[in-house]
Write a protein that binds this ligand. Structure first.
Ligand SMILES: Nc1nc2c(c(=O)[nH]1)N[C@H]1C(S)=C(S)[C@@H](COP(=O)(O)O)O[C@H]1N2
Ligand SMILES: [Mo]
Length: 364
């Protein structure tokens, strides 16, 4: 009876025509998306920010919580929340996106959390820089990876584990990686990692370990379960490449009003101001285009002011809507030259699918 794989599920791709299962529905109900209309906010109100939790939200007692920093360091640390609050704090605005965002549009569908396009949100995270903590602890020669462990525990594909991810020393000590205790000026909500989490700006969400309880410096490149899981591969045998930074994506605030079931939109004919947000973890967004004819022709959107290197950027475009049906799309290009594709680029895990998503509209 100790074989955990009896209740665990293998990694799998759906059969042709196979519908979403109750397993996938249960995940989708626990791990909610950001409603598209919340693209109107520069900073996402916490209850509207997407959530993804592999196991359970831990029962955390803030008075007893400690974060330990150990392994290849000169001075191992055990920090209370009061200790973290007493250190120099920084606030960084970060757009976080799950690597599986867009997965449900993959054909065939990888069986997992079936995200459409809403696994995103932007928050002002406040905390201590990971590099400052590592400085205080004193990295020893031979330090290669900084392993970050959450307090949550579960089983995944038959493997029992704590949620753990590593960063190389170079990744951990550059780019504003935060050990955060606050979201939008308030303590972290339970679902976003209360009382302390990692935030790795520019990276897909899996790197930003929630409920952080241990930082362990090791002498090898860490390759735990969550590193094997988050790889872009074509077959189970394919070694693949790791999922790291966020690919560019633009999303439109859906205009007009929705149909309850289809979420298709209704707008009146005439000029329609289209607005949305665009982001990339590789380089600043340079250009956003909008289409009303499913990508046959594109309009150049105007970018709003920059809100920082890790935050999404607003954009707008004026569309002259004529009666009939339309299919709206947006696509972003970043300064590294990455452009959103129209068709999904398939991989077995359904990761990094940043294909432009159509919004059906009826113009009356
Ligand atoms: N400890 C822990 N950290 C975690 C996870 C988790 O399941 N456990 N999920 C990761 C994934 S896959 C994502 S996309 C982000 C989601 O962060 P959010 O729920 O605050 O939006 O948290 C990451 N950090
Ligand atoms: Mo994720």
């Amino acid at each position: 009876m100790s074989d955990l794989s009896a209740l665990s599920r293998p990694s799998r791709v759906a059969d042709p025509g196979e519908g979403i299962s109750l397993d996938e529905l249960r995940l989708a109900a626990r791990n909610h998306a950001m409603p598209a209309e919340a693209l109107r906010y520069d900073v996402t109100p916490p209850g509207l920010h997407y959530v993804l939790t592999h196991y359970d939200i831990p029962d955390a007692d803030p008075a007893a919580w400690t974060l330990s920093v150990g392994g290849l360091v000169d001075h191992p640390l055990t920090l209370s929340l009061a200790d973290l609050d007493a250190m120099t704090r920084h606030t960084v605005r970060v757009t976080l996106e799950c690597a599986g965002n867009g997965r449900a549009a993959d054909e065939p569908r990888p069986v997992s959390q079936p995200w459409l396009d809403g696994a995103v949100g932007t928050a002002d995270w406040t905390g201590v820089r990971l590099t400052d903590l590592l400085d205080d602890a004193g990295l020893q020669d031979g330090a290669v990876s900084v392993v970050c462990a959450g307090a949550d525990h579960g089983v995944e594909r038959g493997v029992e584990q704590d949620y753990e991810r590593g960063l190389t020393v170079a990744e951990a000590t550059t780019g504003d990686v935060l050990v955060a205790t606050s979201m939008n000026g308030d303590p972290l909500p339970p679902q976003h990692g209360f009382p302390v989490r990692l935030v790795v700006p520019g990276w897909y969400g899996m790197a930003s370990v929630k409920w952080l309880r241990e930082i362990r410096v090791v002498d090898h490149e860490f390759a735990g379960f969550q590193h094997q899981a988050y790889r872009v591969r074509q077959t189970p045998e394919d070694p693949g490449v790791p999922v790291t930074r966020i690919e560019p994506r633009a999303l439109l605030e859906p205009p007009g009003f929705p149909d309850f079931m289809s979420r298709g939109r209704v707008v009146d004919a005439g000029p329609v101001e289209l607005r949305g947000r665009a982001w990339s973890g590789w380089a600043p967004v340079e250009r956003v285009e909008v289409s009303a004819d499913d990508g046959a022709t594109w309009l150049e959107a105007t970018l709003d002011g920059d809100r920082g290197p890790y935050a999404w950027r607003g954009f707008s475009a004026s569309w002259d809507a004529t009666p009939g049906s339309a299919s709206l799309r947006a696509r972003a290009t970043d300064a590294s030259g990455r452009v959103q594709p129209i068709e999904p680029v398939w991989n077995r895990g359904g990761f990094t699918n940043n294909a432009s998503q159509p919004i059906p509209v009826l113009v009356r």
